[in-house]
Design a binder for this molecule. Structure first.
Ligand SMILES: NC(=O)c1ccc[n+]([C@@H]2O[C@H](COP(=O)([O-])OP(=O)(O)OC[C@H]3O[C@@H](n4cnc5c(N)ncnc54)[C@H](O)[C@@H]3O)[C@@H](O)[C@H]2O)c1
Length: 367
């Protein structure tokens, strides 16, 4: 425990529980401090975790007992907290998106490079056996040459279950910035970076109704588009059509499909760590879809595994859930929205190396 990497958590809302479940007691890390704008939340969490201090946000960012700030605040605060951590010489690993706006995200990465600290960013679900097994299959030639792909995320909206869903409908939210990182990070793993996009989006309802918690029934304004679709041109020439929507009740479409000249691969929901990867090979329609055995990825992983991967990389290799990947994903998303607004194809200015694949890693080796 003596050399454990010290983590300070900022933002103690809904998703913080999942991270704490993974990180508390893990031998590689030690949570030393927690902070939230709402001091009652940090006090409540610290009371449950011996040795963890409840601090103000500023105190945590300055604390000499924190090596990496885990930033679990809402998207509009991601850049501000990240820059505060970097200014105090700390690494930062945060929830997605990297920032609410592309310019802010670039500023974060530039500041980190100057300060010689690392930036990591969710999602880490794509490091689980679902997306990693699919990637291994594509790389092994299971579909032959990938020619095109599709990605579909349809939900009636998080306000149905989240008790304070305002951030999903303000800058940094919307179906693409909220859920797109899972799909786009997966697509970079599977097919490589994106060179250009064409987008179209809509906002046909101006209010949403909170469905749970103390504010149930309250109407909240919609300040971003709630349905976004588009086409991505990957650098290798593959085209992906993407739909992300808070406007549909349900869909039967596969979350992601990769089509090649020898087969079609169904990739499980990239918002989860695992799930069945299924393959139908050309000429095998009668045999039907075959489920592939997990062959890559962190087995039984949960939120926080990307931070463990980030801490373990420690200058030896690039972290897989990296700031550079998150910047490319954010540029892809903001370019889709800009393309929609301007009615034209947009070429991206960023690219990224595909992250190093995750070999099949059973729980004793990462937990
Ligand atoms: N809820 C989920 O299921 C889920 C899943 C995956 C990722 N995420 C991501 O996690 C992040 C947080 O989501 P959530 O659902 O936990 O939100 P939440 O609203 O439940 O929690 C956010 C917390 O951050 C605090 N906060 C906001 N601004 C702050 C600031 N400037 N300084 C300190 N604290 C601040 C809030 O007080 C709140 O406690 C978002 O980026 C979201 O996209 C959420």
């Amino acid at each position: 425990m003596g050399d454990a990497h010290r983590i300070g958590v900022v933002g103690l809302g809904v998703i913080s529980r999942a991270y704490l479940d993974t990180l508390v007691g893990h031998p590689a890390v030690r949570i030393t401090a927690v902070a939230d704008l709402d001091a009652s939340r940090s006090a409540a969490v610290a009371a449950q975790l011996p040795g963890v201090q409840a601090l103000s946000v500023e105190e945590l960012l300055r604390s000499p007992d924190v090596d990496t700030v885990l930033n679990l605040t809402v998207p509009a605060a991601h850049a501000e907290i990240a820059l505060g951590a970097i200014a105090h010489g700390k690494h930062v690993y945060g929830e997605k998106p990297l920032a609410a706006e592309l310019t802010e995200a670039r500023t974060v990465l530039e500041a980190a490079a100057k300060a010689a600290v690392g930036v990591g960013c969710a999602p880490d679900t794509v490091l689980g056996t679902g997306v990693q097994t699919a990637r291994a299959a594509v790389e092994a030639g299971a579909v032959g040459r990938p020619l095109f792909a599709s990605a579909v995320m349809v939900t009636p909206g998080h306000e149905r279950w989240h008790p304070h869903p305002d951030f999903y409908y303000t800058a940094g939210g919307g179906p693409l910035l909220d859920m797109g990182p899972y799909y786009l990070s997966s697509l970079v793993h599977l097919l490589g970076p994106v060179r250009a996009v064409i987008g179209a989006s809509s906002r046909l309802r101006t209010e949403r109704v909170i469905g749970s918690g103390p504010r149930a029934g309250e109407r909240i304004p919609v300040e971003v588009d709630s349905h976004v679709s588009g086409v991505l041109e990957h650098e290798g020439g593959t085209l992906t059509t993407i739909t992300t929507s808070f406007d549909g009740v349900a869909t039967t479409a596969a979350p992601i499909e990769v089509h090649g000249d020898k087969g079609t691969l169904m990739v499980p929901d990239p918002n989860n760590f695992d799930g069945d990867v299924r393959l139908l090979e050309l000429g095998e329609r009668e045999k039907g879809w075959r489920t592939l055995l997990p062959s890559a990825g962190y087995v039984g992983a949960a939120r926080g595994v990307g931070l463990l991967d980030f801490v373990a990389s420690d200058g030896l290799r690039a972290p897989r859930a990296s700031g550079e990947l998150a910047l490319h994903v954010l540029e892809t998303m903001t370019a889709l929205l800009r393309s929609s607004a301007e009615g034209r194809r947009i070429e991206l200015s960023t690219s990224v190396e595909r992250p190093v694949p995750v070999p099949l890693t059973p729980p004793p080796e990462w937990r």
